[in-house]
Design a binder for this molecule. Sequence first.
Ligand code: ATP
Length: 692
Amino acid sequence: MPAQQVPNDPLARERAHLSSSRSALRAMRADVEALDIKDVTANWVNAAVLERQIEDRITALADLAHTPLFFGRLDYLHAPGADRAEGGEGERFYIGRRHVHDADGDPMVIDWRAPVSQPFYRASKKEPMDVRTRRRFGYTGGELTAYEDEDLTDAAGEEQASKLLQTEIERPRVGPMRDIVATIQPEQDEIVRAGIGGTVCVQGAPGTGKTAVGLHRVAYLLYAHRERLARTGTLVIGPNRSFLHYIEQVLPALGELNVAQATVDDLVAHVEVRGEDAPAAARLKGDARMAEVLRRAVRSGVTMPDEAVVVVRGSRRWRVPAYEIEEMVRELLSNTSRYRDGRDFRYGAAREALPQRIAHAVLVRMEEAGEAPDDRVQDAVARNAAVKAAVKSLWPAVDPAKLVLRLLSDAEFLAEHADGVLTAGEQAEILWAKPARGVRSAKWSAADAVLIDEASDLVARTPSLGHVVLDEAQDLSPMQYRAVGRRCTTGSATILGDLAQGTTPWATPTWAEALTHLGKPDASVEELTQGFRVPREVIAYASRLLPAIAPGLTEATSVREAAGDFSVREVAAPARDEAVVAACREALTREGSTGLIAADARVAPLAEALRTAGLPFLAPGEETSADARLTLVPATLAKGLEYDYVVLDEPSEVVAGEPDERTGLRRLYVALTRAVSGLTVIHAEGLPGQLG
Ligand SMILES: Nc1ncnc2c1ncn2[C@@H]1O[C@H](COP(=O)(O)OP(=O)(O)OP(=O)(O)O)[C@@H](O)[C@H]1O
């Protein structure tokens, strides 16, 4: 822009930079759209791949009206050193969701993940990181309307709280989860930018930003290690579909379109799950001891030879004696037994190796007899019918699902392999009352599918991804941790959870244990305690449950300035549903989303009451919008979600909906901590004593 047109007013100047950055982004997009790949790709496969990459790039370069192109500015004291500079000699950087450059290639907006952006999140008066001023921008409806400066040169000055940060945190929630890229806090940023080599485990109270941090970490790692992760893949694991749906917009908003999302059940979907275990059986099937039972069972078909293998080729017969074959089998067995060593041989690989070893022994004999066989002869011998027959009986093929089916159906088979591992009582607990006839007709449970996954991995190694984020990790069983762990054996993981929110009978007692099952015992455990969601009074109320559900955990603080609305209303039993409907109506007069959380058994009658009252409502996972702001949430699906206003129906029923009191209280703790701006508790029965 010519000098005389540069506005004097700083806000106008920033707006001008915004609009020229927008034009630059449009130009970048137009450039990509204009790419002609006809000349550069020789075949259609390459062309298809390239075309997809281009499409992704075009999508990533979209100028989204509701996501400002930049949200911060750093004025450096000096030009960053060559090692840190992204765009050259400038000392002022605009920080945004993606990189934008002008026609000359000079940066107009720097990606928030670039090293030069890091001080935006970390610099303080105590440690200014060579930054003179940090500027934060405020937007209203896509318009740049405010900015806020922080002078970092005055070391003695007090750190001031950011108004724009407060506004961002208090902004009403409607629709899916948003990114927090403009307001990542220093302790969160440390986790987001932790190196790819190590696994990080984050313990955090409700609303401390664990999910947000995990997603931003994926985006960061994809930026810092793009090629490696494009090859090896990344995966975000969440507790259920509605949760995954709730978070699915965050990574695309950060420009990352290719991150897979799944539940643990999705990962192990080898069979159709149609059955359910009693809690005791589920717990045992999820116990890490099952891995040893499976390991023994997988290898149990291996036998020692009692006769020689005789290979006939042309007019000659070559004989490998039984003792020699036995040695091979023993050696392979010992190679497959180095349990979870990473380098060990899988059962299936050993099965492929055995015919080669036998063939090798034949070849040695041929050479001794003066022949000169080559590799092709060895392959041919390995495929010889006598060798094949020997392998089939010595080292039989294992079908993982059939193996698990047999373990759960055949008491004798189970007893043989669980001897000394599971007690007789425990064995009886996991055996099916009615043995299944086949893999297809069996009523597999979710825990059975995990056992099949473990068996599959014993037979053939599960491919490892580059990075896995596991959210709400506290609910996984040891066997589920193993299933996740084998998907990142050569990569790293980010494990997010809250021990106080563990609501499965096998919920994680300590992170050290969980990390061991995961195969990452050396991971560092970080704790987040600053709460961004729950108002102070509400978190204090919910925290009364902590001594009963997770003694030793730190109570979260709330960074929200607004006190929030909080009330507990006791009503007569016949008036309860009516009171709940009235509370929902009241909440809906406010801005933002409302969640009505109730024990699963109360969902049907409450749905009826809402319908009668003419209040439309959604199910969790359905997107809230300005017109549909009320969601009826069964307590078992509330985890990870949040609503501006929460109406909580009958706490004691939420507790009673679980098999034991501790789990019930944990479920209640989850339900009590979903509110952003207000919580109304309605009860006709007595409240659980721990809340008193
Ligand atoms: N630095 C931040 N700036 C603004 N908002 C934030 C920040 N960190 C977290 N939040 C917001 O706080 C809310 C809670 O975050 P999140 O859901 O990630 O917490 P969580 O620790 O996973 O909670 P839970 O244990 O209940 O699942 C979200 O709305 C998130 O966007």
